[in-house]
Design a protein around this ligand. Structure first.
Ligand code: ATP
Ligand code: MG
Length: 295
């Protein structure tokens, strides 16, 4: 079993977020030595990723949607930065899902998502996603305040979200049936580590901008968020669209696991450079001949 398999949940068996470590269970002794080795592996993965992405784009048959969900300061931004460093930016669309605006709220919750699904051959990297609609919306019971008919706003909360989980599952199946893979990542950080990172953001002037006083308010709802994540992961993990709960207390380890996951997913897709038909090969030979004969 690879390190990554330990953190994969595809809907089979029990799922208990509490039981999944946030630090990779790495032995304290020799951790520095390990870090060096792991960083080398991440570098090697980045090279593989770059080659695979080139093929994915050239092949143009399958699209990849990577969903990044996490509590604040779990490292979404730095993970995105690292992933992007190994790929051709032309083949990746990074989309940040913020608080929905008036127009977005006036539509169904997947409306803004569908517009951001990448073309096949590309990677869509979602910084937050439609999962916010069963996370922050659930924690704050925003569904009760939606401008929608009473049959929806008045619905029992559990029932409302059970429906949304089902909608999400169906939507991900729909994407799969249309030539997409959806990979869902939850960066699993501990409450202590979040505190450390918040304090660092407050203490370092260059990092002040990353901190918002609202972050503290959400931190107070930590347990509600963990429960909402657990429920959402449990309800939406499938073989075709599994969740990866990635330990996020050590950034170098997080980056390694995410790079492993991306390489594994692309290897599984197994993209190939298009092969030319005999006629097209003949045309190429003719073009080469003309170029060589140029005066
Ligand atoms: P940073 O790490 O820079 O803080 P962020 O992803 O937290 O990045 P913010 O602009 O701070 O970005 O926050 C976006 C906010 O939008 C989050 O609090 C998120 O919960 C909220 N949000 C996203 N989608 C929805 C949604 N569908 N309904 C309500 N709130 C949402
Ligand atoms: Mg934020």
């Amino acid at each position: 079993m690879s390190e990554l398999d330990r953190y994969c949940y595809d809907g089979k068996g029990d799922f208990d977020l509490d039981k999944i470590d946030t630090d990779g269970n790495l032995d304290k002794d020799g951790r520095e030595e390990l870090k060096e080795k792991i960083e080398q592996k991440t570098e090697a993965n980045n090279d593989k990723l770059s080659a695979l992405q080139d093929k994915l784009y050239a092949d143009g048959k399958e699209g990849l949607v990577i969903i990044l969900q996490a509590m604040d300061a779990a490292g979404k931004d730095s993970t995105i930065k690292r992933v992007m460093s190994g790929v051709n930016p032309q083949g990746v669309d990074v989309v940040s899902f913020k608080q929905p605006g008036t127009e977005e709220l006036a539509h169904d919750f997947l409306w803004r998502v569908e517009k951001n699904i990448p073309a096949r051959g590309k990677i869509g990297l979602f910084n937050r996603s439609y999962y916010e609609d069963v996370l922050v919306v659930k924690v704050h019971e925003m569904n009760k305040t939606y401008k929608m008919p009473d049959r929806i706003t008045g619905m029992d909360t559990d029932k409302f979200f059970a429906r949304r989980y089902k909608d999400i599952k169906n939507y991900e199946e729909y994407l799969y049936n249309n030539g997409y893979r959806v990979v869902k990542i939850f960066l699993h950080v501990s409450k202590d580590e979040q505190k450390k990172r918040f304090l660092e953001r407050i203490d370092t002037p260059e990092k002040n901008w990353k901190f918002s006083t609202a972050d503290i308010k959400e931190r107070k709802l930590w347990d509600d968020y963990q429960k909402a994540y657990e429920d959402a992961i449990k309800a939406t993990a499938t073989k075709e669209a599994p969740w990866y709960v990635i330990p996020a207390d050590r950034k170098w380890y997080t980056r390694y696991l995410v790079s492993e996951l991306l390489v594994k997913t692309l290897e599984d897709i197994n993209p190939k450079y298009p092969e030319l038909t005999p006629d097209a090969q003949k045309d190429l030979a003719e073009c080469a001949k003309q170029l060589n004969e140029e005066k």
